[in-house]
Design a binder for this molecule. Structure first.
Ligand code: GAP
Length: 440
């Protein structure tokens, strides 16, 4: 396996920084933590929101051929029966008869040795373990009341295909996009937020005339690769890998994964799949609804084929964190800096009065009021200015605006650039213009 960085060091640094700076916390921390489940803190919730916002902007806002959807998380068994998830959405599970640990058989390096207790030939026969979380709706448990938490957002786009197509007055090629939580009872969650049981996805189903499917598949592979590159993932850390035939999901006739070079090797960020007409046909058959498009030019109904770019929001956020992480020595001092693209950065501007002296507060507040309505901004007046710069470097804030005692006389502030650490003196009047030229 390709090795990018010493695993423990970079991952440990990221996990540590995430806790220290309010990016990601272990869930239920005060109760000792709930395994493999995470909460996004003040900074992490901004970062995750920015990743999702960048996706939504490129996939929905800037396109005339994609519309949005926010479908329910709970759905009845009929949906998952039709989608094939009840039958096929499972991983091969084995138990060690010596220590009772459970593993995904396809992830074991040595099928003869238990990685936990090292027992030889101690595994049970593999059995299919369905990854969907099942619960019940209403006060009564039992058949007829079962519901599932969605394991992917995709099915909401298929079950709403007709309603969206008609109300949005779209004709193929067109897409439906959605961001939201999905749930999978993963056998082996791990690697921080890479694989969790509750996570967020950013998925789009693009409905096309059948004879255009291959062309659109190529198109979306390129578009989606460019999205990551444009937002700062370096070329050498991202690749497009076509699936082998035996890797394909039950619905796919062709998939390419967009992979990121994580500290432990290449891992999937997004799958771009050619789902053919599998989903619309299956839902039409199970629901009895006609899920076709009538092409007035051809004078016929057809079942559109689907190209699906399916990304993980929480997993991509982790990739953006890893790619942005940098350390450098400044006058023998180690500086840690997250070099986020400004669109991803949690805060765009930090307003830092040089001291907490009351004389500076009204002007500092005036500056904060000037910038906060346009950019997500932080206001920080604790500790010395050097420590505050370092804190903002670790949050990845592109610009710090410092108000000092000269500001009271010359009505000018110092703007510090995160990456170069260069400082410019700019009049308060010009501040918004100055930042506006550098931030979106
Ligand atoms: N609708 C297709 C689908 O869900 P997938 O490859 O299973 O495809 C899409 O999931 C993306 O969702 C993955 O590329 C990954 O980024 C993210 N994802 C899937 N399972 C995840 C998990 N357990 N934890 C975090 N992210 C996950």
């Amino acid at each position: 396996m390709e090795q990018a960085e010493p695993i423990d060091s970079l991952m440990e640094k990221i996990v540590n920084l995430c806790k220290r700076r309010g990016v990601i916390f272990q869930s239920a921390d005060i109760y000792g933590g709930f395994r493999s489940t995470y909460d996004y803190g003040p900074v992490g919730s901004l970062l995750l929101r920015n990743v999702k916002e960048a996706w939504w902007k490129s996939m929905v806002q800037l396109r005339h051929d994609v519309v949005g959807l926010d479908a329910s998380i709970l759905s009845p068994p009929a949906v998952w029966e039709a989608s094939g998830h009840l039958e096929n959405f499972s991983d091969p599970l084995v138990d060690c008869k010596e220590c009772n640990e459970r593993f995904r058989e396809d992830q074991l390096e040595d099928l003869g040795t238990c990685p936990a207790c090292k027992a030889e030939n101690s595994f049970t026969e593999a059995r299919a373990f369905n990854l969907m979380f099942k619960t019940h709706a209403g006060p009564v448990e039992g058949t007829g009341h079962d519901v599932y938490l969605r394991p992917e957002t995709a099915q909401g786009m298929f079950t709403n295909f007709k309603l969206v197509q008609e109300t949005a007055r779209k004709k193929p090629p067109f897409g439906i996009a959605q961001i939201g939580k999905s749930f999978r009872n993963e056998i082996t969650p791990g690697n921080f937020v890479f694989r969790t049981r509750e996570f967020e996805q950013m998925e789009m189903e693009f409905f096309v005339p059948p004879n255009e499917a291959n062309e659109w598949f190529e198109y979306w592979c390129k578009e989606r690769m460019n999205w990551y590159l444009d937002l700062g993932i370096p070329e050498e850390k991202i690749q497009l890998r076509p699936h082998d035939a035996d890797e394909l999901s039950h619905y796919s006739s062709g998939t390419s994964d967009i992979e990121f070079l994580f500290p432990w090797g290449w891992g999937e960020l997004e799958g771009v799949a050619n789902r053919g007409d599998f989903d619309l046909r299956a839902h039409a058959q199970h629901s009895g609804e006609k899920l076709t498009y009538f092409d007035p030019e051809l004078g016929e109904h057809y079942v559109p084929h689907v190209i699906e770019p399916a990304a993980g929001a929480t997993r991509s956020m982790m990739a953006f964190l890893l790619a942005a992480y940098d350390e450098e020595y400044v006058n023998d001092d180690l500086r840690t800096v997250l070099r986020f693209d400004e669109r991803i950065a949690p805060y765009k501007v930090a307003v830092l009065p040089l001291s907490r002296k009351e004389t500076l507060t009204p002007t500092a507040q005036e500056i904060f009021d000037l910038v906060k309505s346009r950019w997500m901004s932080d206001y920080d007046e604790t500790q010395n200015i050097g420590k505050r710069y370092r804190r903002q470097d670790e949050l990845g804030t592109p610009y710090c605006v410092t108000i000092d005692f000269d500001t009271l006389d010359d009505r000018a502030v110092t703007i510090r650039d995160r990456d170069t650490m260069e400082q410019d003196r700019v009049s308060i009047e010009q501040l918004v213009n100055y930042l506006g030229e550098r931030l979106s």
